[in-house]
Design a protein around this ligand. Structure first.
Ligand SMILES: Nc1nc2c(ncn2[C@@H]2O[C@H](COP(=O)(O)OP(=O)(O)OP(=O)(O)O)[C@@H](O)[C@H]2O)c(=O)[nH]1
Ligand SMILES: [Mg+2]
Ligand SMILES: [Mg+2]
Length: 288
């Protein structure tokens, strides 16, 4: 068919392909969730139902997009990691971000009633923003993940103490803020323990560590594999062959997706799961 005279408008489209051979992180974040949490009466500082709904939506996103290696979530945010060899949508940022944001939001709304059976959703409905960032090395990627988990820890320690002072100590938010000003982690632990007999270590792992979503294979003995070195030495080819990529994708699609609350800062998590960084699907564990 002949080109129409209107077709020249295509020239206005700009390319936004992300840098090849870099780890792509798409982070989404709930829009105005402070208000949203109040509207639906989320428990403070952590609402188990709301966090489990975030995790369920993230799990669904991973199931629909086998190219995602791992995801990490805390509060109203989730980070999805694409392997550096990923070629989905020719690595176009707008397509990657918009697909994740819309798939996540759709599942968040779809699964809402399972987690909040007594509170139907009503407008304004939940929405999420998203951005993509490229990290050139495994170390940069792991530092990114560590940054989010440290943030989770700092915020949760603060919020848990803050709300204990209010809910159990009966003081108002301004006073609680004053009490915590300039305190260190040890001081907060001490306040919780001495005033309210709360041992922070016994708080739920999901609140302290956030949630990690990944494909689960047979764990590797620590010390027998160095995933970091292997992933970084994957210099050439920048992309896998098409058939290899397709086969791996099929195997990944079959693997069980799990949500766990683990330390992702230390090496152990990555050493035991070399498939996360090397992008070679692992061995599916045998049925018990
Ligand atoms: N009560 C309660 N609130 C939560 C929970 N998880 C997230 N939130 C709320 O969500 C907010 C997330 O922070 P932000 O993403 O920085 O703030 P926001 O209001 O979503 O604003 P924007 O992201 O800039 O649109 C927190 O400050 C809380 O108010 C929860 O489990 N319980
Ligand atoms: Mg937000
Ligand atoms: Mg947030």
């Amino acid at each position: 068919m002949a080109n129409s005279k209107f077709e020249y408008v295509k020239q206005f489209e700009q390319t936004d392909n992300l840098l090849p051979n870099t780890w792509v992180v798409v982070r989404i974040d709930g829009r105005g969730f402070t208000k949203f949490a109040t509207k639906y009466g989320f428990e403070k500082p952590n609402d188990k139902r709301a966090l489990e709904l975030m995790n369920a939506a993230a799990r669904a996103v991973m199931a629909e997009l086998p190219d995602i290696t791992i995801a990490y979530g805390v509060s109203d945010e989730y980070s999805f990691v694409f392997h550096k060899t990923c070629s989905l949508f020719e690595r176009r940022a707008s397509k990657l971000v918009s697909t994740i944001v819309s798939t996540f939001t759709a599942y968040y709304v779809h699964l809402w009633s399972i987690h909040f059976p007594d509170t139907p959703l009503s407008p304004p409905l939940p929405s999420f923003d998203g951005r993509a960032v490229c990290y050139p090395t495994v170390q940069n990627l792991r530092d990114y993940m560590s940054w989010r988990q440290v943030d989770c820890h700092i915020n949760n320690l603060y919020n848990t103490t803050f709300w204990a002072l209010i809910q159990l100590g009966g003081i108002d938010p301004t006073e609680a803020e004053k009490t915590l000003k300039g305190t260190y982690a040890a001081d907060k632990n001490e306040i919780m323990f001495s005033k309210f007999a709360i041992n922070y270590n016994n708080e739920p792992e999901m609140y302290k560590k956030g949630s990690v979503v990944f494909r689960d294979y047979e764990l590797v003995e620590p010390g027998t594999h160095n995933a970091t070195i292997e992933a970084d030495s994957l210099a050439e080819p920048v992309q896998q062959s098409k058939t290899q990529a397709e086969n791996d994708k099929k195997r990944r699609a079959k693997a069980p997706i799990v949500v766990q609350h683990l330390d992702i800062i230390k090496d152990d998590f990555w050493d035991r799961r070399p498939w996360l960084l090397s992008n070679k699907p692992g061995k599916v564990p045998k049925e018990p």
